[in-house]
Design a protein around this ligand. Structure first.
Ligand SMILES: N[C@@H](CCC(=O)N[C@@H](CS)C(=O)NCC(=O)O)C(=O)O
Length: 215
């Protein structure tokens, strides 16, 4: 049995945040596939695993954690890497992780879901337009922040970077060209150059989706 079990699926950038940390840390972990696109997270069995009905869930022996931010915090303590080296860094990591969950991943993930996975006849152009503008503003915020610095919250890679980068390797799947955010582009390529890095579709199960589900 592996040290860590991560309930995940390939299209989940929130799960990727945790999977990427495990991969970069060289951890002994296994992916447990969640059949999200066939409704598994809405089943009573899955609600037993996570009352919030969300992916990811991490199992570490008897501990069962949900919320990627909590999982990242836990794993950073386990591996003594990716975490804060001072009180200032701890606050900065928390600040950017909260921002990511509220203003960055939330908009980009929802925008990508609507544009890539919802059938054309069910798409709402107004909602897509709103989310494109909100996520564009958030991308500008992060790009400006990275103008003068290599990493988001410290002078080394932290869980704040792993949280914010969660959806940014699916960039051909949402309507923003990341080349127009040069600091973000440089930073995400620096993460992709780290030993152990893999694209989410190569790190977690479930890609490509079977026929009949959105491509
Ligand atoms: N804030 C949560 C978001 C998790 C989340 O939204 N996960 C998606 C998959 S990427 C999900 O399971 N959604 C199911 C639902 O909202 O019903 C986290 O960071 O873990």
């Amino acid at each position: 049995m592996s040290d860590y079990r991560l309930h995940c699926f390939a299209q989940s950038g929130n799960a990727y945040k945790a999977a990427l940390l495990l991969a970069l840390a060289g951890a002994d972990w296994e992916a447990v596939f969640v059949d999200y696109f066939n409704g598994e997270t809405r089943t009573p069995e899955y609600r037993e695993l996570n009352e919030m009905g969300e992916v990811p869930v991490l199992e570490d022996r008897d501990l069962r954690l949900s919320q990627s931010g909590v999982i990242l915090d836990h794993l950073a303590r386990r591996f003594r890497d990716f975490g804060p080296k001072s009180e200032d860094e701890r606050r900065e990591i928390l600040r950017w992780t909260l921002w990511d969950n509220h203003k960055f991943t939330s908009y980009i993930a929802t925008l990508r879901f609507l544009t890539k996975f919802v059938p054309d006849d069910k798409k709402s152009p107004d909602v897509i337009d709103f989310l494109t503008r909100r996520s564009g503003t958030a991308l500008q915020v992060l790009d400006r922040h990275l103008h003068t610095r290599e990493w988001i919250a410290a002078d080394h890679l932290t869980t704040a970077d792993l949280s914010c980068v969660g959806y940014l390797y699916y960039d051909h799947e949402f309507p923003h060209d990341l080349a127009t955010f040069p600091n973000i582009d440089r930073w995400r390529q620096a993460i992709a150059a780290l030993p152990g890095w893999k694209h989410p579709y190569d790190l977690m199960p479930g890609h490509p989706l079977p026929p009949g589900l959105p491509a």
